[in-house]
Structures are given as structure tokens and as C-alpha cells.
Write a protein that binds this ligand. Structure first.
Ligand SMILES: [Zn+2]
Length: 327
């Protein structure tokens, strides 16, 4: 039996760096978690140096030889990324330098390497291993700390001129809203329905609801998933937050349908995967907007702990295929 092809995935998040081997069917063979330097405020150059060190550690620990034990490296990362040139353009303002990340990896490890941002990597995982397999027109939307989406139209993934395409959280979904978003607009979907948005709103409304059961930790954010759980139990603050979030997500998705006319919409991210939101969102969407979505709004079938890693590997495979196609 022929050995399955293997790829090295690097999932670079704000707080964690996950390195692992993924086979050609999307199965995670092994992985190791490292801390990410991004949260510490390090520059992109420092973060990249650390990523290289962690890969070296991983290869040493499992005695892996690039080119023999894996065919390519793919990295999915936070921030603005030019996947064609393999450039990491920024983490977020003011951390904006152009780092030739893909080139750094291929020069050091002597295999084809590719990078993309985390949301587009998730969409790549869906296309290669998940519910978008064989589908050329789909949208992948992720709701976690923020809200991001990847749009694939006739097989092409939208990136935009500055690789900001898909930052859909800053679509206004309520023109009469008094909820301020950090981007400067009022009533953005992200300010109403993301993990960060729910936290900020809960904090600002807390005085009005002294009897809420929602826990406000000393440090860090409220648990966004709890908002939906407590709303079902009748907690007034959580009902208000959850109702607005559900309306915001439904409005956002309907806007997408009219904009992009996809075959499928697949949702992922920490706030979605427990399923409480999706059912309510679908009920609010008009049959006219959803008439071409034969499977409704779908939840990712991929393991949320590893979707970043599997997506990174899928980006590595895509880069390798594109390079071979050009040769
Ligand atoms: Zn905004």
C-alpha cells in the first residue's frame, strides 16, 4: 500500500501556535502546541523567528525530514496576508511590516511553503476536506472573537486589492443602532454578535440588569456561549444580547446571499459550534433570500480544535499544486 502524502500545518493564532502533520485526507496525525508570541506584542519579524524555532523543535522531537516525511508546509495566521506572494502584511495596526513568511519557511526547510489568513485557511479546509468539497461557489463564515468570511466564486477565493476582502464583521446590520463598533461605525455585526462584541455590550448594559446570572470574570471576557444558554433560561440581559446577535447574524447572512449568490454557506468558530445560534438564525431568514440554498446554513463538520491546523495544511497543498501547475 502506498504511504499517504503528508503536509506540515502551522496554525498561528493570537495566543497559541499549533504545529502538526496532516495527511492528504485531512487527518491530523500528530500535533504539538506552543505559545504564540503575538499576544505579547512582539513584532511580526520576532514572531516569524519564533515560528521557525518551534518548527525546528517539532522536527527534532519527532525526527522528521522535510521533503521525506512531509511534502510542503502551510501556515494559517491572524492578520492581513497576501497568499499569492506569501507575504504577511500586518497583525493589526500599528503592527504592520511586510514579512516574506512563505519564503522564510521554504528557504529554511527546503520544501514548498504557502501562507494565508486564518479565515481563508478555514475555507480551504472546507473545500478540501469538509462540506465545500466539490463546490465552487460557497461562503465560509467564522464567528469567534471577531467575524470574518471567505467568499469563493467560480472556484476563486476573493482577497481584494489589499487582502482585506472578507472582513465582513463591519457590515452594518442595523442602521438605527446605537451600538458603537471600534471601527467607527454604529451597528456593525461584529459589535453585536462576535465574542468581543457580546462582551463589550454585556459590560455596557450590566448596570441595567443587576440580577443577571452572566458571569463577568475579573480578567478576560465573558463566555459568549453562556449568553445563548442563559437566554434560553430566561435571563433578561442575555435575552437582549442573544436576540440582537441572532438578528445581526441573520441579516449579515442574507446580505451575503444577495451579494454573492452561493451554493452553500458554511459556518465555523467557537460561538457557532454549539448549535444554539444557528437554528434561531435560520428561522429569521426570509425564504426569498435563501431560496437557492438547498442545504440551508450548514455548520462545519470539521473538528473546531484542529480546523486551523487542517486549513493550514490545505493552504500548503494549494500552494504546492499551484506551483506544479505553473511548472
Ligand atoms: Zn465595525
Amino acid at each position: 500500500m502506498q504511504k499517504k502524502k503528508t503536509y506540515l500545518g502551522i496554525d498561528l493564532g493570537g495566543t497559541k501556535l499549533l504545529i502538526g502533520e496532516v495527511d492528504e485526507e485531512g487527518k491530523v496525525l500528530r500535533s504539538k502546541r506552543y505559545p504564540s508570541l503575538i499576544a505579547s506584542g512582539a513584532s511580526q519579524t520576532e514572531v516569524m523567528k519564533d515560528v521557525v524555532k518551534c518548527i525546528e523543535d517539532y522536527l527534532k522531537e519527532y525526527m522528521l525530514v522535510p521533503g521525506e516525511d512531509f511534502e510542503a508546509i502551510g501556515m494559517g495566521m491572524v492578520g492581513r496576508v497576501d497568499p499569492e506572494e506569501g507575504l504577511w502584511l500586518e497583525i493589526q495596526k500599528p503592527r504592520m511590516e511586510t514579512v516574506r513568511s512563505a519564503e522564510i519557511l521554504s528557504e529554511r526547510f527546503h520544501v514548498s511553503s504557502g501562507i494565508d489568513n486564518d479565515v481563508r485557511s478555514g475555507a480551504e479546509a472546507e473545500r478540501r476536506f469538509g462540506k465545500a468539497k466539490g463546490c465552487d461557489d460557497y461562503i465560509y463564515m467564522n464567528i469567534g472573537t471577531g467575524i470574518g468570511a471567505a467568499f469563493v466564486n467560480h472556484g476563486q477565493m476573493l482577497t481584494g486589492a489589499h487582502y482585506c476582502g472578507g472582513e465582513v464583521g463591519h457590515n452594518v446590520v442595523n442602521i438605527n443602532s446605537d451600538v458603537q463598533c471600534p471601527c467607527g461605525r454604529m451597528g456593525c455585526a461584529e459589535a453585536l454578535a462576535s465574542g468581543m462584541g457580546l462582551h463589550n455590550r454585556a459590560v455596557s448594559l450590566r448596570q441595567e440588569y443587576p440580577y443577571t446570572a452572566l458571569v463577568f470574570p475579573e480578567e478576560g471576557r465573558i463566555d459568549g456561549r453562556k449568553v445563548f444558554e442563559l437566554a434560553e433560561k430566561g435571563d433578561a440581559l442575555c435575552i437582549r444580547l442573544a436576540d440582537d446577535a441572532v438578528k445581526a447574524v441573520a441579516g449579515l447572512l442574507e446580505n451575503f446571499l444577495w451579494l454573492a449568490d452561493p451554493e452553500k454557506i458554511i459556518m465555523g468558530g467557537g460561538l457557532i459550534t454549539d448549535g444554539r445560534i444557528l437554528e434561531r438564525v435560520q428561522k429569521l431568514m426570509s425564504p426569498m433570500s435563501t431560496r437557492f440554498l438547498k442545504d440551508g446554513i450548514e455548520m462545519t463538520g470539521l473538528d473546531s480544535d484542529f480546523v486551523g491546523l487542517v486549513g493550514a495544511a490545505a493552504v500548503g497543498i494549494r500552494t504546492l499544486e499551484n506551483r506544479r501547475g505553473k511548472e
